[in-house]
Design a binder for this molecule. Structure first.
Ligand code: 5AD
Ligand code: FES
Length: 349
């Protein structure tokens, strides 16, 4: 199979077979360059040169789950735990808005301290104070809660399925179910959220075949936002001795998904920037159009350790804002104005 033909088909049909995706994932040298160039062109055609910023507020580091790869897993008794008060979260959202963020992402471990009523109150208060889009990234809840959050004003939901290989999913997510995960993702669509999902690259035992299937699943779920990041081993988890995920495979996955869902929002993730000092730049040059800097107070940033070595951990939010803008400008792009809703998103009729 010629790369050129596969890329032509991807651009014309926004669809590829698993074998074709595998060929792209294994592309090297000029073939790989052609994949990245094509994805960059498609990005420009469909979502333009604007790079939208999302202010990430990690408001609780408590988690009831025990994911094998994550530093916040409940069995990690060395993890530093914190919960932000409602007013504090609203203050950080206000500050983010003043710095020019028009979307805030409320992220946490799966922490049931934040009940339906507490979450709704936080969402409403932010919306009363500032004109931002709100993205939730708080894990699995009931349909009823998701509906209440949407009614309270939440706009978008991020939840990666992490891996489409059900055996690996079971192995690395004790007590959780892949089926439940997918059910939640379908609910988000039904409830009118912009749907964000994605997966980890390089979980031990994951094959190229699995990654191709992950890409197909994102396409099938018809995601509006796509988050893909390399796995980074955390020393206080069962996967501490595993090898980190490949930056190259992450970039290729971003590029392929740009071709399959051309108008989606795709971030150049922090994990990508952590493994490669130029990772975010590289992501933005092969299909990505979003960056999600942390806007939280320094004292919390340090404690939200999904994986070690996270970039920007000692920088205050104003510094990150300036730094990100200069990266965007250095690539000949510009900071997006407005909320940057996914162009793929179609409001329910
Ligand atoms: N390395 C990279 N990404 C991780 N995440 C959690 N732990 C790690 C890790 N060790 C990612 C998961 C989750 C997101 C919030 O962070 O994919 O969905
Ligand atoms: Fe909860 Fe990772 S252990 S999100």
């Amino acid at each position: 199979m010629k790369i050129k033909n596969i890329l032509e088909k991807a651009c014309a049909k926004n669809n590829l077979t698993k074998d074709e995706i595998k060929v792209l994932l294994e592309a090297e040298d000029e073939d790989k360059d052609l994949l990245f160039k094509t994805a960059d062109r498609v990005r420009k055609e469909h979502v333009g040169d604007e790079v939208f910023l999302r202010g990430l507020i990690e408001f609780s580091s408590y988690c009831k789950n025990d994911c094998f790869y994550c530093g916040l897993r409940r069995s990690n008794n060395q993890a530093q735990r914190y919960r932000m008060q409602e007013d504090e979260i609203v203050e950080v959202a206000k500050r983010a808005y003043q710095m020019g963020y028009h979307t805030v992402v409320l992220q946490s471990g799966e922490d049931m301290f934040y009940t339906k009523d507490r979450m709704c109150s936080i969402i409403k208060k932010i919306k009363e104070n500032v004109d931002v889009a709100i993205t939730l990234s708080i894990g699995e809840r009931s349909y009823d809660e998701y509906k209440a959050f949407k009614d309270a004003g939440a706009d978008r939901f991020l939840m990666r399925f992490e891996t489409s290989n059900e055996k690996l999913y079971r192995q690395y997510h004790p007590g959780m179910s892949f089926e439940k995960r997918i059910e939640c993702l379908k609910w988000f669509k039904n409830l009118g959220y912009e749907l964000g999902t994605g997966f980890l690259i390089g979980l031990p035992g994951q094959t190229i075949d699995d990654l191709a299937q992950d890409i197909i699943l994102v396409k099938e779920l018809d995601a509006d936002m796509i988050g893909i990041g390399p796995f980074i081993p955390h020393p206080q988890t069962p996967l501490k001795d595993a090898k980190e995920g490949s930056v190259d495979l992450t970039l290729k996955s971003i590029a392929i998904l740009r071709l399959l869902i051309p108008d989606a929002n795709i971030p150049a993730t922090t994990a990508l920037g952590t493994l490669d000092p130029l990772g975010r730049q590289k992501g933005l040059m092969c299909g990505a159009n979003i960056v999600m800097p942390n806007v939280n107070n320094l004292k919390y940033k340090l404690k939200y350790e999904l994986y070690p070595g996270k970039i920007c951990i000692n920088e205050d939010a104003t510094k990150c804002r300036g730094c990100i803008e200069s990266i965007i400008v250095s690539l000949g792009r510009k900071v997006g104005q407005g909320k940057g809703q996914s162009r793929h998103y179609k409001r329910a009729a």
